[in-house]
Design a protein around this ligand. Structure first.
Ligand code: F6P
Length: 550
């Protein structure tokens, strides 16, 4: 992998000059000057997903110059290194092989000289058998009754991905109730403890390292309550499952070997829903649908690996993201799904993007002087429209948006979907063109409209020129969802490579974890010896005072 400093490349310098020339260009003019702009600036994937990136402040020249950046930073080589299991996660000395987890061609993929496909297939088979037994009532709880509830206990990537997919594919759901517990806050787990159905519940303890404080504390609490109710340690074998790479710790916890589904060090937490971490997904929608999810992701992998970059969806979206974040200094991106079942998608992409590319040290070990990962946030449409869209339309910030919607809905209330989609189309149009079209249509002079001061019109003025990508899916199916998730994974990868950072570690979360362990000891011992700054000391003192007196 080449560690090229992006801002020192010729393409970056040319992009800088180009930016100065076109920073004030208006999308209305770009569209007026190119009748084929939609056709020229959109790509379809397998006739199932359309990505329209025409409503951006870019020209053919911009794309050409951004594509040069992929050549100078040797993106093609990096893609091959990832797919072929080279240790591109250098700070942890690991391969990055979530693509192998969905390698439907089943061709050999090597990590450390070992083909990982046979072990992936073994775990997949075990997951298929296990889920078949649970879903069909063959697997019985300790009282002899079939299973009704699945509780996934995990956090970060061991929670967000499976939770997002399970919710997105609700129309494919079977009779099992699926719950997700992540927070260490006792309020999160109490609903599970309060319910009295342990005899019909399976707990999936999902933790790659099986040491994550939140997950292990929650798991221990569940175990304690379970044993109190069931009265026999042996009964755990029918109710406790581990998903982990740390088999030793899982055994120590009391989970038998047969109930452990393995993942490996080359599966990153936030890229793990395709692995055994997806067990709750399989239990919710069945193995065949999970397989379709893998197929969708696999086809997007092939698209990413084999398509020329000018027609490569993840690459184009990654380049547009770099364009805004680094040249327009936008800093942020909004993810706006127009589908209620995609409600967790913004949160999921938030973790995968911000934990991957939230880095300020480059691959040479030096502090960066360019922008890396953007701030990701979002909300379902139309809820967002009645909340923060005001700022996107008329605020002082430029916020690039991804609008995502299915053409066909699973809901039988088709007229609702038409209204939803009319909002979806209207928003990207209004953001891009403001009032221009309306005024042109009505033959109203649009020049100097800011200065017109009749009926407070300046307050009602929509300037437009706000960028967005539109992603239209035929329907939210396991296949199209798999492809959509893989699209975002590869977008993040592409940005990490070009911006010369390591996307697959997350050292930034470690310091907070270490300090909290130390503070926990202080809180437990109620000691007054505090060695932090005056604010932290003051806060802990205040806590201790209240704790002593209440
Ligand atoms: O937040 C840090 C992190 O390591 C994430 O990357 C990961 O998804 C999460 O914690 C949970 O880790 P584990 O699965 O090992 O419990």
């Amino acid at each position: 992998m080449k560690n090229i400093i992006p801002i020192e490349t010729n393409s970056w310098k040319k992009l800088n000059n180009h930016f100065n020339k076109i920073k004030h260009v208006r999308m209305i003019d770009l569209f007026n000057n190119d009748a084929n702009r939609f056709k020229n600036f959109s790509i379809t994937f397998k006739n199932k997903i359309l990505v329209d990136f025409s409503k951006n402040r870019i020209t053919n020249e911009t794309i050409k110059k951004l594509l040069n950046l992929t050549i100078e930073t040797n993106l093609s080589e990096a893609i091959e290194l990832m797919f072929t299991g080279k240790k591109i996660n250098q700070t942890e000395n690991r391969s990055v092989l979530h693509t192998a987890l969905r390698n439907r061609a089943n061709t050999p993929v090597y990590s450390n000289g070992i083909d990982v496909m046979p072990m992936i297939n073994t775990v997949l088979n075990n997951m298929e058998n296990f889920s078949y037994q649970v879903i069909n009532g063959i697997w019985k709880g300790y009282s002899g009754k079939s299973i009704k509830n699945i509780v996934n206990i995990g956090i970060g990537g061991s929670d967000l991905g499976p939770k997002m997919v399970t919710q997105a594919l609700k129309p494919y759901k079977n009779h099992l109730n699926i719950y997700y517990i992540s927070n260490i806050d006792g309020n999160d787990i109490s609903s599970i403890l309060d319910n009295n159905h342990f005899e019909r519940t399976i707990f999936l303890i999902s933790s790659k390292n099986f040491q994550t404080e939140e997950t292990i504390t929650n798991a221990m609490t569940i175990k304690k309550y379970f044993l109190k109710k069931a009265g026999n340690k042996e009964f755990m074998n029918k109710h406790f499952i581990a998903i982990t790479s740390n088999i030793k710790q899982a055994l120590k916890f009391g989970i038998i070997q047969k109930n452990i589904f393995q993942i490996w060090d080359w599966v990153g937490g936030r890229y793990s829903l395709w692995s055994a971490m997806g067990l709750s997904i399989i239990l919710s929608i069945g193995f065949d649908n999970f397989n379709k999810l893998l197929h969708g992701a696999y086809d997007m992998d092939q698209h990413f690996r084999e398509t020329k970059f000018e027609n490569n969806i993840p690459v184009i979206l990654a380049l547009i993201g770099i364009w805004y974040n680094n040249f327009f200094n936008t800093e942020t991106e909004a993810i706006l799904p127009y589908d209620q079942y995609l409600e967790y998608l913004p949160k999921y992409i938030q973790q995968s993007n911000m934990e991957s590319n939230g880095k300020n040290i480059d691959r040479n070990g030096n502090k960066v002087s360019w922008q890396t990962g953007p701030i990701i946030w979002g909300e379902t449409g139309t809820n967002g429209q009645h909340s923060f869209y005001q700022l996107i339309h008329q605020g002082t910030k430029l916020i690039p948006c991804d609008f995502i919607a299915p053409i066909n809905t699973h809901s039988h209330l088709f007229h609702h979907h038409k209204i939803l989609l009319s909002n979806f189309f209207a928003q990207t149009h209004a953001l891009a063109f403001g009032e221009y079209f309306i005024k042109q249509k009505n033959n109203i002079c649009i020049k100097n409209s800011m200065k017109i001061n009749i009926n407070n019109s300046q307050f009602k003025y929509f300037e437009g020129n706000k960028p967005s990508n539109t992603i239209l899916l035929n329907k939210i199916t396991p296949y199209s969802l798999g492809a959509l998730i893989a699209l975002y994974e590869h977008k993040i990868f592409t940005q990490g490579i070009i911006l010369n950072i390591f996307s697959f570690d997350q050292w930034g979360v470690e310091l907070g974890k270490n300090v909290s362990t130390e503070i926990l000891n202080i809180l437990k011992n109620k000691t007054n010896i505090l060695k932090y700054d005056s604010s932290t000391n003051g806060l802990i003192d205040f806590y201790n005072y209240f704790n002593r007196n209440h």
